[in-house]
Design a protein around this ligand. Structure first.
Ligand SMILES: [Zn+2]
Ligand SMILES: [Zn+2]
Length: 270
């Protein structure tokens, strides 16, 4: 791993769809020499069974805050949440929030974005075609970014999760790029930090992080801030592909990123 990031602000645990307990994640982070770790359990949502129930969310909060105290001298532990764009905002205060779209609503029907390729085909049919599906996804992002109190935009082009193995979206097509750029610009205008998300590499869906270079280059042009996150569901992949992410950022013109610390965002040079 590249030892310059030594942080991830996108961590899932056994309180939602992660494999490990929060404490196992903390111990792995300490082993890797991390300076900070931001937990971002899937927030309460009726739209997705992997999300935490209200009761579970309370237990999650309690446990992360306990660990924050226990490991205070070894790791900065930060309590956050990943908000599902189409669900209500959390009822409890969080030190940070990631705004993500994992589902869209079309004609009263809910479609998952990142479940599997068959779901994607069904969603594209429900929306009319694959480009209308992408447009609906990015319109949902755009609205979410405008309204959100979050600080971070999660896995911006998640809609391409299956596109390496099943290339059905031409990512240079204006029908894809135009709604995507509109969403991206809304997020930048809001001041959101865009994450370079290596989670789909860890899970074997992709060989490159989100977002694609075309978006990273636009983010650079617009002066947006970016951060590297592992969207970790398994402690073995806590710093997955961080060195590749660094190279990727350099190739897209970035010379610095931010990382989440307890006092806020810290800029680090690449
Ligand atoms: Zn997510
Ligand atoms: Zn996540």
């Amino acid at each position: 791993m590249s030892d310059i990031f030594r942080s991830s602000a996108h961590i899932h645990t056994s309180f939602c769809d992660g494999k490990n307990t929060p404490e196992e994640m903390v111990l792995r982070a300490i082993e890797l020499g991390f300076v900070s770790l931001g937990f971002s359990g899937h927030g309460n949502s009726v739209y997705d069974p992997v999300c935490m129930s209200k009761e579970n969310e309370l237990l999650y909060r309690q446990e992360v805050l306990r660990l924050q105290d226990v490991y205070a001298d070894r790791l900065e532990i930060i309590l956050g949440i990943e908000h599902e764009a189409i669900a209500p905002y959390p009822d409890f205060p969080y030190a940070f929030m990631i705004e993500s779209v994992h589902s869209i609503l079309k004609d009263g029907k809910q479609y998952y974005i990142d479940y599997d390729f068959d779901h994607m085909v069904e969603a594209a049919e429900g929306c009319g075609d694959v480009y209308k599906y992408c447009e609906k996804y990015f319109q949902t992002c755009e609205k979410a970014y405008r309204d959100t109190p979050a600080q971070i935009a999660g896995h911006f082009d998640l809609v391409t999760k299956f596109n390496e193995r099943h290339p059905v979206i031409d990512e240079t097509d204006p029908r894809y790029l135009e709604p995507a750029m509109a969403a991206l610009e809304a997020g930048v205008k809001k001041g959101l930090v865009f994450e370079i998300n290596t989670g789909a590499i860890a899970r074997g869906y992709r060989t490159t992080p989100y977002p694609a270079p075309v978006f990273l280059k636009r983010l650079k042009e617009l002066g947006a801030r970016v951060m590297v996150n592992s969207d970790c569901h398994d402690a073995a992949y806590l710093a997955c592909s961080y060195e590749e992410a660094r190279q990727y950022l350099l190739a897209c013109g970035f010379d610095s990123v931010v990382r989440l610390r307890r006092h806020g965002l810290e800029e680090i040079q690449l």
